[in-house]
Design a protein around this ligand. Structure first.
Ligand SMILES: C[S@@+](CC[C@H](N)C(=O)[O-])C[C@H]1O[C@@H](n2cnc3c(N)ncnc32)[C@H](O)[C@@H]1O
Length: 301
């Protein structure tokens, strides 16, 4: 079968083989191609580690099948407890005849793209980016807290002082925090950074201020320096799995990215032990507020 070979996400090597030279399509891998933009019938094969959220999963599977050439093979997998047990039904509903296997706590469905796909329009509609009335902002299933304002973010917005100078929103999501920061006229510019392409695309809709710049990047390797302030609701999940070291790296990067006299405002879940990381990374750091299961820290370089 000719056509580009596509991989979505990072399927575990002990569960399925990913063909050598496959093109990456995950929105969580900066620089990857976008399935939504892939021409219909242009892919020669697809291997996909399907994401956990139902709307997001049905959307990417539908887009993957749409982009596959008729008769081209697909392999779609997911951990049993993160959508795997639903894969067969969901993929069959798109008109596919398939085989299902189980390996290392994953379900794997394989088949070939049928002549005609059924019911994909509904999945494409439900998973697409759009204006969410309740949020008053653009969002998309799959991005962080996609259909509601995160309570931690809300608390940080409520307690943020007026900021000034050059700043950054680390892990900006759809941009609600940066939007609040830009209320201050003393902010010269702010860079919104996120590893999720979809979040950045929504943030571009939500933050139309000319002082904002957008960066689809992994913060751990982004070159940012001489800032006056950093705001963040640091993640503690990496590609869906709990990873406290990710927030630790966000804190270290914030301290490195700030110039002398810079300030970082950070919100975190109450149970996560960030004081121990903030204290050595910054000249001084203190707990500003603790409420509703969240803590807000202020830290200075
Ligand atoms: C807790 S959410 C906060 C989102 C947004 N600031 C808010 O308050 O609603 C953390 C964000 O960090 C992003 N993220 C996770 N790992 C990242 C990384 N290595 N580099 C940049 N962004 C990352 C996630 O995609 C997510 O949007």
């Amino acid at each position: 079968m000719s056509g580009m070979i596509a991989v979505y996400g990072a399927p575990p090597a002990d569960v399925v083989d990913v063909p050598h030279g496959a093109t990456q399509f995950s929105p969580l891998m900066p620089g990857a191609a976008a399935l939504e933009q892939q021409a219909e019938g242009s892919l020669g094969e697809l291997v996909m580690l399907a994401p956990p959220g139902t709307l997001e999963r049905r959307y990417v599977i539908a887009h993957g099948l749409r982009a596959l050439a008729r008769g081209a093979p697909f392999t779609i997998l997911a951990p049993n407890d993160r959508g795997g047990t639903r894969l067969r039904k969901e993929t069959q509903a798109f008109g596919c005849t398939l085989q299902e296997d189980a390996r290392r706590h994953h379900r794997i469905v394989t088949g070939t793209r049928p002549e005609t796909l059924t019911a994909i329009d509904d999945a494409l509609e439900q998973g697409r980016p759009r204006l969410i009335d309740e949020l008053g902002a653009w969002s998309q299933p799959g991005v962080f807290s996609w259909d509601r304002l995160d309570p931690g973010t809300a608390l940080l917005i409520e307690h943020l002082p007026k900021l000034r100078g050059h700043g950054a929103d680390f892990g900006c999501g759809i941009g609600l925090l940066a939007h609040a920061v830009l209320v201050s006229h003393e902010v010269t510019d702010i860079v919104l950074i996120d590893i999720d392409r979809r979040a950045i695309a929504c943030a571009e809709h939500n933050v139309s201020d000319p002082r904002a710049r957008f960066l689809w990047a992994d913060l751990r390797s982004a070159a940012i320096s001489d800032l006056d302030f950093v705001v963040m609701n640091a993640p503690f999940h990496d590609a869906g799995a709990e990873d406290k070291s990710l927030a630790q790296q966000f804190i270290t990067r914030a301290a490195e990215a700030l110039g002398k006299g810079g300030v970082c405002f950070m919100v975190a879940n109450r149970h996560l032990p960030y004081e121990a990381i903030l204290k050595p990374a910054f000249k001084r750091a203190h707990l500003m507020i603790e409420a509703g299961g969240y803590k807000i820290y202020e830290a200075h370089t």
